[in-house]
Design a protein. Structure first.
Length: 65
C-alpha cells in the first residue's frame, strides 16, 4: 500500500491487528474491497476476522493467535 501511496494505519492491541485503509476512491470501491478481503479471508480460513467498508475507508480486524 505504501508503494501505491494509499494511506493506512495499523494498530495492534491484545493480539488483534486493526488496519484502517483510506483509499479515497468512493463507496463502490469500498464495497468491492470489502468483498475482496472477505473472500480472501474466507479462503485462508481466518478466524475472528472482520471487514467493514465505510465511504472511502476499509477497516480490517484480525485476531492472531
Amino acid at each position: 500500500m505504501s508503494a501505491s501511496a494509499i494511506h493506512y494505519r495499523r494498530d495492534v492491541k491484545d493480539g488483534i491487528y486493526t488496519y484502517v485503509i483510506l483509499h479515497e476512491m468512493g463507496k463502490k470501491w469500498s464495497y468491492f474491497f470489502e468483498k475482496l478481503f472477505k473472500g480472501a479471508l474466507k479462503t485462508m480460513k481466518a478466524k475472528d476476522a472482520e471487514v467493514n467498508a465505510i465511504d472511502d475507508t476499509i477497516v480490517l480486524k484480525l485476531s492472531i493467535d
